[in-house]
Design a binder for this molecule. Structure first.
Ligand code: HPA
Length: 273
């Protein structure tokens, strides 16, 4: 067995040994949405540091544990806190937990993140579900020798965000009056925020929002054949759109302000699956 595969299996076995059953749905929580974890029903918590070969998140506002519990009665595996390339981790390291999910038998992955709004029709505190993405990091988590037992060398990326899940989310948002847009997410490497010129470029290239995560996880999840749903909390308008500087505190503040609405949307999307 190849080394990477061996590590995946070891991590999955360590998790299996601590939970009764593995849900078929997993959720990755982005910046500021850690509070989501508090409302989970009877959750088992497994810190990343206790899972073999897992890296730990180093970012303020990011927890670092897997949670196994239920949301609205539906079992779900949660990654409370994610890993980013800008922390110095390799794309392969930050997508390791997605491989572990596949090994565990997870079938559907929900990814959340905080993002800057590029589309001038957006506003701080609204949400955008991803209909597509642009990988602007220059990196790809699948670079390197391919283990065919884990997936094909050249995975298709023509429809990465599941249309049926998007339909469900659209209906929920409409019914609950939640401001949910649909757009293209562009990932920059970070950790510096973008310049106004980069945001003009992003818009010209077709981006509606920019952020520093999600794309590597999505690429691996699609390789693994998982259904993917992605949603951004637009915590700020991107650089140069408003006449004000950007900072991480604002990102956290906005995420905190809209957390109940965000949670309500996620809960219902999970329950609808
Ligand atoms: N740019 C990149 N990442 C982000 C932003 C942004 O404006 N806001 C939240 N995450």
């Amino acid at each position: 067995m190849q080394e990477y595969k061996r590590q995946i299996v070891e991590a999955a076995n360590a998790i299996r040994a601590r939970v009764d059953s593995i849900p078929d749905t997993a959720l990755v929580l982005g910046s500021g949405s850690g509070g989501f974890a508090a409302q989970m029903e009877s959750a088992v918590r497994i810190p990343y540091s206790e899972v073999p070969h897992m890296r730990v998140s180093t970012v303020k506002g990011h927890d670092g544990a897997f949670l196994f519990g239920a949301v609205r009665g539906r079992p779900v595996m949660v990654m409370s806190g994610r890993l980013h390339m800008y922390e110095g981790y390799e794309p392969k390291e930050i997508t390791f937990p997605i491989r572990v999910m596949q090994e565990l038998g997870v079938r559907t992955l929900l990814l959340t993140n905080a993002a800057g709004g590029v589309n001038t029709g957006y506003h701080e505190g609204c949400f955008m579900m991803l209909c597509d993405h642009i990988n602007f990091t220059g990196r790809n988590p699948l670079i390197g020798p391919n283990d065919d037992s884990l997936g094909t060398r050249f995975p298709d990326m023509s429809c990465v965000y599941d249309p049926a899940l998007r339909d469900a989310a659209r209906a929920i948002a409409l019914e609950k009056g939640i401001p949910l847009f649909e757009g293209v997410y562009m990932q920059f490497y970070g950790p510096s925020f973008e310049t106004p010129a980069e945001i003009r470029m992003a818009r010209a290239m077709g981006a509606d929002a920019v952020g520093m995560s999600t794309v590597p996880e999505t690429i691996v999840a699609r390789l693994c054949g998982l259904r993917v749903f992605g949603v951004s909390c637009i915590t700020n308008m991107a650089a140069g759109i408003l006449d004000q500087p950007l900072n991480h505190e604002e990102v956290m503040e906005t995420a905190e302000r809209v957390k109940y609405t965000f949670r309500g949307l996620l809960d219902r999307v999970i329950a609808a699956m």
